[in-house]
Design a protein around this ligand. Structure first.
Ligand code: NDP
Ligand code: GDR
Length: 344
């Protein structure tokens, strides 16, 4: 049976990918960074934290020797690099850290593969944020990149160095350009989960009003559990390549707000515009959403919509969960958690 390394096992995708690979009989080395209190709540929620084939290991993505030792001791044949400073907003405040972790981090892993065993297959978690300022719609593998944040720029370096190691050293280095994918395991700082968690709190009387930034941004949102299946398929293919995973549907943040409140049986009326825009609960007249300019970004990605035709043709991958079903799943999970008195 195969052995795989997943960096960033504590994150949303790391947890779903661990569940998938363990279910396929893999031994999984899941890496986490050293902190005073590591949190494995996602692995616990999926019921795999204590799986006998899961090894949780400390690893520093910016330390080459740490990556070399990880490859040597695990004897893994597949490496999924999911660890990153992944929050676009924070990348404007911490551009250098973001470059070191999100941009150069993957290079340490690629170098370690080159040194230890060039036969190891590598997956890089690339992103639709690399498309940034709209050059074409829908976006595909060959659409021109124009990142709009330090995060997007760092990911673009990581993408090209992955392609470069594929071309230079014949390493099976794959880049998955994944559009936004969400789930009940999404971090609460990202807009979908921030909305569903707040909707649950408002419904339960624990919060009055949700504050957001740009409501006009359009995103192509899919279900994370389906996207990690796409990652796995990329590493089982005959040749390493670059693939877009997306739903080919785009909606605004405002649309997601409406869907989420509707999932909690709260009908909204939007009033005003720009910084004055609000959403009112039509049943009670209460203002349940308002704009807070603090959540605006110095440069914004206005429109993302991806076409996953290549992944469908080559890998047989296609998204299944609708945005409505995904949003309902997230609201229901947050209602359950908040009613039980906890929410990560
Ligand atoms: P999360 O933010 O949920 O998880 C990120 C992971 O990276 C966590 O395990 C986190 O650990 C780890 N990490 C953060 N900083 C460091 C660091 N300095 N050193 C080592 N590890 C670190 O992201 P997702 O699971 O949503 O995404 C997985 C990957 O896919 C990321 O690389 C992301 O950029 C990329 N991506 C995500 C998309 C999405 O829509 N979800 C779309 C396209 C790409 P900790 O728990 O300690 O913070
Ligand atoms: P994104 O996700 O930047 O697309 O990156 P995020 O959910 O943070 O933002 C989506 C859009 O919503 C707008 N927005 C807000 N965003 C947040 N976080 N908080 C708010 O209050 C808010 N109000 C409006 C944003 O401006 C943006 O336009 C995610 C991450 O998972 C990346 O790691 C990944 O690469 C990309 O998706 C694809």
């Amino acid at each position: 049976m195969k052995t795989a390394i997943i960096t960033g096992i504590t994150g949303q995708d790391g947890a779903y990918l661990a569940e998938l690979l363990l279910g396929k009989g893999y031994t999984v080395f899941g890496t986490y960074r050293r902190t005073s209190s590591v949190n494995f709540w996602r692995l616990e929620e999926l019921g795999v934290a204590a799986h006998p084939n899961l090894r949780l290991v400390e690893h520093d993505l910016t330390d080459l020797s740490s990556s070399i030792r990880l490859l040597q001791t695990s004897k893994a044949s597949e490496v999924y690099n999911l660890a990153a400073q992944s929050f676009v907003g924070v990348s404007f405040d911490q551009p250098i850290t973001t470059a070191e972790i999100t941009g150069i981090g993957p290079l340490h892993l690629l170098e370690a593969i080159r040194i230890v065993d060039p036969g190891i297959r590598f997956y890089q978690a690339s992103t639709s944020e690399m498309f940034g300022k709209v050059q074409a719609v829908p976006q595909i593998e060959t659409t021109m990149f124009w990142p709009r944040s330090p995060y997007g720029v760092a990911k673009l370096y990581a993408h090209w160095i992955t392609v470069n190691y594929r071309e230079s050293y014949d390493i099976f280095a794959t880049s998955g350009i994944l559009f936004n994918h969400e789930s009940p395991l999404r971090g609460r700082e990202f807009v979908t989960r921030k909305i569903t968690d707040s909707v649950a709190k408002i419904k339960l009387g624990k919060l009055d009003c949700l504050e957001l930034g740009n409501l006009d941004a359009k995103r192509d949102w899919g279900f994370a559990k389906e996207y990690v299946e796409g990652m796995w398929r990329m590493l089982q293919a005959d040749v390493a390549d670059t693939y877009v995973l997306a739903t080919n549907r785009t909606e605004t943040v405002r649309d997601f707000v409406s869907l989420a409140f509707a999932a909690a049986d709260i009908a909204l009326e939007f009033k005003g515009s720009g910084a004055e825009e609000t959403a009112v609960d039509t049943a009670t007249g209460a203002t349940v959403m308002r704009i807070n300019p603090a959540f605006h970004r110095p440069a914004e990605v206005e429109l993302l919509i991806g076409d996953p035709a290549k992944a469908k043709a080559d890998l047989g991958w296609a998204p299944e969960t609708t945005l409505e079903a995904l949003c309902r799943m997230m609201v229901e999970a947050d209602l359950r958690r908040n009613a039980a008195g906890f929410s990560f």
